[in-house]
Design a protein around this ligand. Structure first.
Ligand SMILES: Cc1cc2nc3c(=O)[nH]c(=O)nc-3n(C[C@H](O)[C@H](O)[C@H](O)COP(=O)(O)OP(=O)(O)OC[C@H]3O[C@@H](n4cnc5c(N)ncnc54)[C@H](O)[C@@H]3O)c2cc1C
Length: 291
């Protein structure tokens, strides 16, 4: 028997195949490339590290030739040379008849780009996505093993109710989670998006009740989590083993986690919470703070 352990993550050199505006705040970028054939994922909230070029660069600069030392080498490059690294979620994956991945989709929030409330700043990734076109090159650090630790949605055995909260950045993950949940799973989901037109038809076999909140019907973008009062007031179905998954803006995530653990008394080990971004901080600044 072989004892070799395959590495769960590797770099994939990809290019844009096409883009599609999903709604005012979200654009879908579909990527392809020969290397994708070895990409494997069970989906759900599969996160990926995306490396983007700076304006004027043909391709993102990451010294992958350094092997395991790429991170150190990348950090030592000048800021305006080294690729912009950002976290995103796998929204969709298509494979050929042999199980080789042919295309993947990522949904990008276009924060700070025209269409949204105008209260947020653009970042290099939202700007890149707003201008992406066929042939544009990126590098992805993603899974070569379908079950990997960058999937955090893990309801414990015996879970009898799934509670989800997401803002627009975690809508792609929520949509993929709902698509994957089997019939009979009881789900309550609260989703916050900037615009009424960002509300999507979500496909699921689960027994899901989804409540949407939009900034256009609430006061301001700062008023988050908009859902907190609604969640506090909600009469949840009775459950022995609820599981909670919360992802989005860090401050909101913290408030909601506190609600579920302290106010609702849900076992903290059954609460998965992930800060996807922090108001006022770029992803580099967040990483420096070790969050
Ligand atoms: C595991 C994981 C999965 C993620 N999946 C997705 C995904 O599928 N789709 C997606 O769009 N995002 C996703 N995100 C969030 C995304 O990585 C951040 O929004 C990131 O900051 C965007 O990079 P940027 O270059 O556009 O902005 P940055 O340069 O990082 O930030 C610039 C400024 O914009 C603010 N900002 C960042 N994001 C937003 C926002 N959404 N709305 C308003 N202001 C913002 C920052 O606070 C900062 O002030 C995910 C994050 C994590 C950790």
């Amino acid at each position: 028997m072989s004892t070799a352990v395959a590495s769960p993550f590797r770099f994939f050199s990809l290019h844009v195949l096409r883009t599609r505006r999903v709604s005012p705040s979200l654009t879908r970028v579909t990527f392809g490339g020969d290397e994708l054939r070895d990409f494997r994922s069970h989906g759900l909230d599969q996160s990926l590290s995306l490396f983007l070029p700076h304006p004027g660069q043909e391709e993102p600069v990451v010294p992958i030739e350094l092997g395991d030392s790429w991170w150190q080498g990348w950090r030592e490059l000048p800021d305006d040379v080294r690729a912009v690294m950002r976290s995103y979620t796998l929204r969709g994956l298509r494979a050929d008849a042999h199980g080789r991945t042919t295309e993947i989709d990522i949904d990008f929030v276009l924060h700070g780009i025209g269409g949204d409330s105008g209260s947020s700043e653009a970042g290099p990734a939202s700007r890149w996505a707003s201008q992406a076109g066929p042939g544009d090159r990126v590098l992805l650090l993603g899974p070569a093993l379908a079950d990997n630790r960058a999937i955090r949605f893990r309801p414990p055995d015996g879970t009898d109710l799934v509670l989800l909260w997401a803002d627009e950045t975690a809508l792609p993950a929520t949509a993929a989670i709902l698509e994957a949940l089997p019939a009979g799973t009881r789900v309550r989901a609260w989703i916050e998006v900037p615009d009424v037109q960002d509300v999507q038809e979500l496909v699921t076999d689960a027994d899901a009740e989804i409540t949407w909140f939009t900034h256009s019907t609430h006061d301001t973008a700062q008023d988050s989590p908009m859902a907190l009062d609604g969640i506090r007031a909600a009469q949840l179905p009775s459950a022995e083993r609820p599981y909670v998954w919360i992802a989005g803006e860090s401050g909101s995530v913290k408030q909601l986690r506190r609600h579920f653990v302290s106010e609702r008394g849900i076992d903290r080990r059954a609460v998965t919470f992930v800060g996807y971004w922090r108001r006022g901080l770029t992803e580099e600044q967040l990483r420096e703070q070790g969050e």
